[in-house]
Write a protein that binds this ligand. Structure first.
Ligand code: 2BA
Length: 108
């Protein structure tokens, strides 16, 4: 048994959950937020048998795209009368960040 946590982008989450559910997986969807961009993302939790891990990962790969985001760094403290706007920083987000952990399931 494995426990899978997949951090995905909002834009991909609904299609991914639908695809996983169609394949018979039970999924829990949590609203989460990335520490770096401070933007909302979605964390999916699944508990699956070992041979199913690759099926889940393939489904995630199929539905999650890489996207480019631009982050504006804080401007430096300007000297009097001078202003140098910092160049936006380009960041690649996704497709997905997936963690696979050994697990035991107990349903109470
Ligand atoms: P964020 O923390 O908001 O990160 C968004 C994207 O910013 C990351 O995309 C990565 O490209 C970049 N990034 C993150 N930290 C950085 C840093 N210190 N310096 C430069 N660039 C940085 P992804 O790697 O695709 O991650 C997407 C989201 O997945 C993350 O959102 C976070 O919520 C989660 N995540 C990624 N790696 C994780 C990890 N090791 N542990 C827990 N959550 C993780």
């Amino acid at each position: 048994m494995k426990f899978i946590l997949a951090v995905v982008q909002h834009q991909d989450a609904s299609n991914l959950v639908a695809a996983l559910t169609e394949k018979g997986f039970r999924v829990t969807r949590l609203s989460s937020q990335g520490g770096f961009l401070r933007e909302g993302n979605v964390t999916l939790m699944l508990s699956v048998e070992d041979p199913q891990v690759n099926v889940v990962i393939a489904t995630v790969r199929e539905h999650c795209s890489t996207r480019t985001r631009f982050v504006s760094p804080m401007p430096p403290i300007a000297e009097s009368g001078e202003f140098y706007p910092p160049a936006p920083l380009e960041v690649q987000v996704g497709g997905a960040t997936v963690f696979v952990l050994r697990a035991e399931t107990a349903k109470l």
